[in-house]
Design a protein around this ligand. Structure first.
Ligand SMILES: [Zn+2]
Length: 282
């Protein structure tokens, strides 16, 4: 199997076993992956669809307060059963006063990182600061959603430049997902200001879709041309089981072939950068 690290996979629910997940990874050609705690769960996603749009964000927050701990426990257990294949990412509601304690609890259970999604607030909202401080104190990297949503929630909370606030905690390592699509230039500039000018390895970008293939090719080219080679990290946005990971990997190979990306750089983006980011042995 090739050295492929998928840094962005969602646990669909709390029902799949670690054996089922690893079988799916094997068939998709994925050697290691980060898995995000299932928030919301599959049932909750259905409930959200039935809610009026204006109630959905608050609904997500209430789901976290009800089942967030259980979701973090589930993903920590799955990862503990397959330590050489799966890295667990906890999910917290960043403005919840309970979030810093829940992060610490989830890390003690075995989670290695944190996934955040701004539920109707900007990432620079001061109510988020205690959680960022806790993550920095514990040395826990954060994967942030960045980019468009398209489901009646407000995409503006996830524009890449809004995440410049993380520079207040220079030891905090973060990934902005989806190269911030459709604000890919903004994402590349945000990461570039950090790495090229401030010379700190703090803001990384993951190459996860949404964007259409042409758009991804252009953004990948700009990112490779402009950014230091440790910034980009491969991801699929795949689910616990299914064929999406394999499909996105084939698309990524296609883009790299078209752009004539060197084997050395591919290895960094597919493997080494993620291993370093998540603090694993390289
Ligand atoms: Zn995602």
């Amino acid at each position: 199997m090739r050295d492929i690290f998928d840094t962005h996979v969602h646990a669909s629910d709390m029902d799949c076993t670690s054996d089922e997940i690893v079988r799916s990874m094997d068939s998709n050609g994925i050697r290691m992956q980060c898995m995000i705690a299932p928030m919301p769960t599959a049932g909750q996603r259905e409930e959200m669809k039935a809610m009026p749009a204006k109630e959905r964000m608050e609904g997500r927050r209430q789901f976290w307060s009800k089942t967030g701990r259980q979701a973090n426990d589930y993903i920590a257990r799955i990862a503990s059963e397959k330590p050489d294949r799966i890295i667990a990412l906890a999910f917290c509601d960043s403005i919840s006063p309970d979030a810093p304690a829940e992060l610490e609890r989830a890390i003690n259970k075995g989670c290695k990182g944190l996934k955040l999604f701004n539920i109707g607030h900007y990432p620079w909202d001061e109510r988020c600061f205690p959680l960022y401080e806790k993550a920095e104190e514990l040395g826990v990297p954060i994967l942030f959603h960045s980019g468009i949503l398209g489901d009646a929630r407000n995409s503006r909370f996830h524009r890449p430049a809004e995440y410049e606030i993380v520079k207040m905690w220079p030891k905090l390592k973060v990934i902005l997902a989806h190269i911030g699509w459709p604000w890919t230039d903004e994402a590349i500039a945000t990461a570039g200001m950090c790495s090229r000018f401030a010379k700190i390895r703090q803001i990384h970008l993951d190459l996860t879709p949404g964007a259409p293939l042409d758009w991804r090719e252009e953004a990948t080219k700009k990112a490779i041309d402009y950014l230091p080679d440790y910034v980009l990290i491969f991801g699929t946005d795949g689910k616990s089981v299914g064929e999406m990971q394999g499909r996105v990997l084939r698309q990524q190979d296609y883009i790299f072939n078209k752009l004539r990306v060197s084997e050395e750089l591919r290895h960094k983006i597919y493997w080494q950068n993620a291993m370093e980011f998540w603090g694993l042995d390289v």
